[in-house]
Design a protein around this ligand. Structure first.
Ligand SMILES: *[C@@H]1O[C@H](CO)[C@@H](O)[C@H](O)[C@H]1NC(C)=O
Ligand SMILES: *[C@@H]1O[C@H](CO)[C@@H](O)[C@H](O)[C@H]1NC(C)=O
Ligand SMILES: *[C@@H]1O[C@H](CO)[C@@H](O)[C@H](O)[C@H]1NC(C)=O
Ligand SMILES: *[C@@H]1O[C@H](CO)[C@@H](O)[C@H](O)[C@H]1NC(C)=O
Ligand SMILES: *[C@@H]1O[C@H](CO)[C@@H](O)[C@H](O)[C@H]1NC(C)=O
Ligand SMILES: *[C@@H]1O[C@H](CO)[C@@H](O)[C@H](O)[C@H]1NC(C)=O
Ligand SMILES: [Cu+2]
Length: 206
């Protein structure tokens, strides 16, 4: 069924060299570096192992910042959260509206909204999985390891700057009104679940 086409498209897409980097939180490894053998095509974390505890980025209990370096003309962006020390199951989405990001450069979001009733306390360890994908459904992966801390802060607004020309909009909102920018990113837009249905229709079955 869909799997055969998925594999072919993934293979074709490997010809396009336009991966992405994580600037914040600290990523597990520089998977863009040609001096390592990490591959962003490898699920779930490009083959990079969990960082030692002293290298986990402290994140506020109410949600923290993310800063990505995007190289594509446009891409879907998913950010998933898994709880625990050695995460294998990234089963909470932090991008329920599914982001469609256009432009090439730095995308920063100062505070991601966490799912309600997330079972975390001061000191809970977790990992973030960043996924970018085009229409073909082929995807690239990177991960970052965090620890939820009561005294952690988000990046300041001067540290969290999105490049001019880089925009992100949830898929559903993007279809309703064009040109939504990060300035317009809000909780209501990010909480539309219908966006996921759209992308799975678009991304995984074409
Ligand atoms: C990457 O893989 C190649 C081929 O298997 C090997 O020769 C090289 O040493 C590896 N590099 C690293 C940094 O592990
Ligand atoms: C992204 O931007 C860099 C420099 O800012 C440029 O060299 C590169 O060609 C751009 N890539 C795309 C896909 O627009
Ligand atoms: C996580 O993995 C590390 C290294 O393999 C191991 O030392 C540690 O006990 C593991 N922790 C849990 C909770 O499984
Ligand atoms: C997520 O996965 C973890 C570990 O497998 C599990 O304990 C937790 O209940 C799951 N949460 C949800 C919302 O699926
Ligand atoms: C995402 O943005 C790109 C570039 O603007 C556009 O071509 C594509 O149709 C958009 N996808 C959706 C589902 O809105
Ligand atoms: C948070 O508290 C810990 C001690 O629990 C301390 O080491 C750390 O520097 C504090 N961080 C901030 C940002 O205040
Ligand atoms: Cu790429």
């Amino acid at each position: 069924m869909v799997v055969g086409a998925f594999v072919l498209l993934a293979a074709a897409a490997q010809l396009v060299n336009a991966h992405f980097g994580i600037e914040y939180p600290k990523w597990r490894a520089d998977t863009l570096s040609s001096s390592t053998n990490f591959s962003q095509w490898d699920y779930p974390c490009a083959g990079a192992p969990t960082l030692p505890d002293n290298e986990r980025t402290p994140w506020p209990l109410t949600g923290g910042s993310v800063k990505l370096d995007l190289h594509h003309k446009w891409t879907y962006v998913f950010i998933n959260l898994g709880l625990g020390e050695n995460v294998t199951n990234f089963n909470y989405t932090l991008t329920p509206g599914l982001w469609n990001s256009t432009g090439n450069g730095t995308l920063c979001v100062q505070q991601l909204t966490l799912p309600t009733n997330l079972p975390i306390v001061d000191g809970s360890k977790a990992s973030l999985q960043f996924v970018t994908s085009g229409d073909s459904g082929s995807a690239l992966y990177n991960c970052a390891d965090i620890v939820f801390k009561a005294n952690a802060t988000t990046l300041s607004s001067s540290e969290c700057v999105t490049d001019a020309g880089v925009k992100v909009a949830p898929v559903v909102a993007a279809q309703q009104k064009s040109g939504a920018s990060t300035a317009g990113l809000n909780k209501a837009m990010l909480s539309s679940a219908a966006g996921l249905a759209v992308v799975f229709a678009f991304g995984l079955s074409l």
